[in-house]
Structures are given as structure tokens and as C-alpha cells.
Design a protein around this ligand. Structure first.
Ligand SMILES: Cc1cc2nc3c(=O)[nH]c(=O)nc-3n(C[C@H](O)[C@H](O)[C@H](O)COP(=O)(O)O)c2cc1C
Length: 191
């Protein structure tokens, strides 16, 4: 798939088919993460692939989804919830650069997932202390973000908006999620 197509295809997905993803596709995502840009190339991020059903559920119970259209894109366990999480781990107290490193890695994983026909939801709104405890992380480590992964059971669409448009994503009458994106000229100054 052309990268320009992938850019459009990669939309955050919050409804998943109840089919487990292949190891090879998770590995393709991890390959994208490990090759991502990284400040000073420190490579301190670590990943836990969670597929144990009970652990996935316990983590899922600590997550929050699509606040702008809640509760309409909060997945239901056993119906359309993710069956896999990739948990992004960092050593504690390393500072803001780890946020940037995680961003580069997660975005890369999202594109690799989209190329494999998978959908992802990057999750920052979760009960971190609970999830850290559930994963039994050693003290020098903490979770930074979660990435839900699975076969998409919805097809959100991006749409271009001018600066005066609303940035709130929304559901249309057919229950399709629309994600407004500001046009280039609304976000760019050339000097
Ligand atoms: C740092 C970060 C944290 C996010 N946290 C959540 C979250 O906790 N729950 C959720 O449903 N979506 C979350 N998202 C997904 C955003 O809502 C989504 O990227 C945004 O609506 C734009 O849609 P798009 O990814 O399809 O372009 C997060 C995205 C980012 C980059």
C-alpha cells in the first residue's frame, strides 16, 4: 500500500472483531517500533504484548474510550473489545523525551498495523497505577501508554476542515465516526 493511502487508512478504531491477531502482524508492529526515531538513540522503551484473556480484560476495565462521543465508542467486553494490548513501558524518571520516543514508536506501530489490515487505539486515559500493578512491573519501570490492537469492526473517516471548523470527532446518522483534520494551510506558516 502506498504511504499516502496508509495515512488515510490509519484511523483510530474502537470496535474490534472477536478474532485474535496473528503473531507475525504483532511482530511487524514491534519491528516498526524498534526502528522508529529515538532521541539520542537511547532505546529505553520496552513492550509487553498482552493476550492472556483475563489480563486483557483486567487492563480493559481500567481504560477510557472516545470521551467526545462517550459512551458510543466504549467497546463492550465480549462483543467488540480488543483482544490484544501492546503496553509501552519506560524506566521511571527519564523525562519528557520518553514521551516523544513513545510517540514515534506508537505511531510507527499504528502504521504497521494499518498495513496489515489491523486497527489500533492509542490509549493514554487509563488507570496507570492499577495497570502497573496488574503487570507486576519492577519498581524502576512504569507504563507510558497502551495500544489496543485488533481487526477493525468500524471504518472511521478523516475529513478536512478549515480553522473555524470543529475539531470534535463525531458520529453520523449511520454511526460512522468522522475525524476532522485541519487543512495544511490552517496549521502551517511558510517563511
Ligand atoms: C497521546 C494520545 C492519547 C490518546 N488516548 C486515547 C484514549 O485514552 N482513549 C481513546 O479512545 N483514544 C485515545 N487516543 C486516540 C485519539 O482520540 C485519536 O487519535 C484522535 O481522535 C484522532 O483520530 P485518528 O487517530 O483517527 O486520527 C489518543 C491519542 C493520542 C495521540
Amino acid at each position: 500500500m502506498e504511504f499516502s493511502e496508509l495515512l488515510k487508512k490509519r484511523r483510530t478504531v474502537r470496535r474490534f472483531k472477536q478474532v485474535q491477531v496473528f503473531d507475525k502482524d504483532i511482530r511487524a508492529m514491534l519491528e516498526a517500533a524498534r526502528l522508529a526515531a529515538c532521541g539520542a538513540n537511547v532505546q529505553k522503551l520496552r513492550y509487553i504484548v498482552v493476550r492472556d484473556k483475563q489480563l486483557v480484560k483486567d487492563i480493559f476495565d481500567n481504560t477510557a474510550w472516545a470521551g467526545m462521543v462517550a459512551p458510543h465508542r466504549t467497546p463492550e467486553w465480549g462483543k467488540n473489545a480488543p483482544l490484544t494490548f501492546i503496553v509501552v513501558i519506560t524506566p521511571k524518571d527519564v523525562g519528557g523525551i520518553m514521551q516523544a520516543n513513545a510517540g514515534a514508536a506508537i505511531q510507527s506501530m499504528e502504521f504497521a498495523a494499518a498495513e496489515a489490515g489491523l486497527g489500533t487505539c492509542w490509549i493514554g486515559a487509563y488507570k496507570k497505577d492499577n495497570v502497573d500493578r496488574l503487570l507486576d512491573l519492577p519498581a524502576p519501570q512504569e507504563t507510558l501508554y497502551l495500544l489496543a490492537v485488533g481487526y477493525p469492526d468500524e471504518e472511521p473517516v478523516a475529513e478536512d476542515i478549515d480553522p473555524e471548523g470543529s475539531m470534535k470527532y463525531y458520529l453520523d446518522a449511520d454511526d460512522v465516526l468522522h475525524v476532522p483534520k485541519l487543512k495544511i494551510d490552517a496549521i502551517t506558516e511558510w517563511r
